[in-house]
Unconditional design. Structure first.
Length: 344
């Protein structure tokens, strides 16, 4: 994640577990308050869910699409988090289960903070799919945990130079906050980063991106229309799902630029019109060249599914143009015509 992202408003989802009636209300209130007292509190949008069960966490993340997920509660020595089941009894969630959950949300979750004892194993598992995951390598005192959170969110709100990483800087601020209270506790928080986080994406091929979107745009630009109901059947579920994710990222930028929106509408009306496709390709190239973060996010959507949908090719079926995903066509991130965007 680059510095541009951490200067934009961040949605923080706080998940609090209260198994067997243990009172964490004070900690929850203080964590929320420390976020709201952050130096640049206008940078954060906070949503809180308490007494969470596994299905509550799953649904909350899917509904809110947060950039930061903050868990406060209890952890076990094996790295599991302690939640509740439907009957209010203790329910453990192992690191592998949490990793599987966050694998589904790597497109928008940038950081997971597990403010719970012994949570470093879960943080390490999560970091396979999420850029930054923070956990505790042993028991941590409530005062230190709250102090770390306060320092972390203060640090996240500070401006950073081009040579600084926002989340790494925030983590260090959290450690300093603990050191001012208890030097020994400062060794407990640990940050894990995704292995290939600094690996640059290959240049994005705008031609292939437009080719992928063209048959989907008639549906994407008419959300709510009955025709959308058949989009997944006509295009295929994988293609339609990926198209909606890509378009959700592009749509605000496209709608904000009249020429880009007009080009998209022209392609929606005539998906095979070469002039319309060329115009859209030019507009998207301009948009993505001006926003490397957006270009990286879109590339990541394709990259995250390369095991099952590693390539894109055009096929003709029943006289209609459709998209097929196969193993022998060019991947969205490969270089071809020169219409490429380099993601930094």
């Amino acid at each position: 994640m680059d510095n541009k992202q951490v200067t934009q408003p961040q949605k923080i989802l706080i998940l609090a577990a209260i198994p067997h009636g243990l009172r964490l209300d004070k900690e929850i209130r203080e964590v929320e308050e420390c976020i709201r007292r952050a130096v640049r509190r206008d940078m954060f949008e906070v949503d809180i869910r308490t007494a969470v069960r596994p299905q509550d966490i799953r649904r909350a993340i899917a509904q809110e699409k947060p950039q930061i997920v903050h868990f406060c509660g209890h952890g076990l020595e094996d790295g599991s988090l302690l939640l509740e089941d439907d009957g209010g009894q203790n329910k453990t969630v192992p690191p592998e289960g949490l990793a599987a959950l966050f694998e589904l949300h790597g497109d928008y979750v940038n950081c997971v903070l597990l403010n719970a004892c012994h949570s470093v194993k879960s943080a390490e598992a999560i970091s396979e799919y999420i850029n930054y995951a923070i956990g505790m390598n042993q028991e941590i005192q409530d005062k230190s945990a709250i102090g770390f959170a306060q320092g972390f969110y203060d640090g996240l709100g500070y401006a950073t130079s081009e040579n600084q990483n926002g989340f790494q800087r925030a983590f260090q601020e959290g450690l300093v906050a603990i050191k001012l209270e208890s030097l020994s506790q400062a060794q407990i928080p640990v940050i894990k980063t995704r292995i290939n986080i600094d690996k640059p994406h290959k240049p994005m091929d705008i031609s292939l991106l437009v080719k992928f979107l063209a048959p989907c745009l008639p549906f994407l630009l008419n959300v709510g229309n009955k025709a959308v109901e058949g989009a997944s059947q006509k295009l295929g579920e994988d293609v339609w799902r990926k198209a909606t994710v890509v378009w959700s990222k592009l749509q605000p930028k496209v709608e904000a630029k009249a020429a880009a929106l007009e080009a998209a509408k022209d392609v929606a009306n005539e998906p095979e019109d070469e002039d319309a496709i060329a115009a859209l390709r030019l507009q998207l190239k301009k948009l993505l060249n001006s926003d490397s973060t957006l270009a990286s996010e879109i590339a990541r959507v394709f990259e995250s599914e390369k095991q099952t949908t590693s390539s894109i090719s055009n096929v003709t079926a029943s006289g209609e143009r459709a998209i097929a995903l196969g193993d022998n066509a060019s991947h969205i991130n490969t270089i071809s015509t020169g219409d490429t965007v380099t993601n930094k």
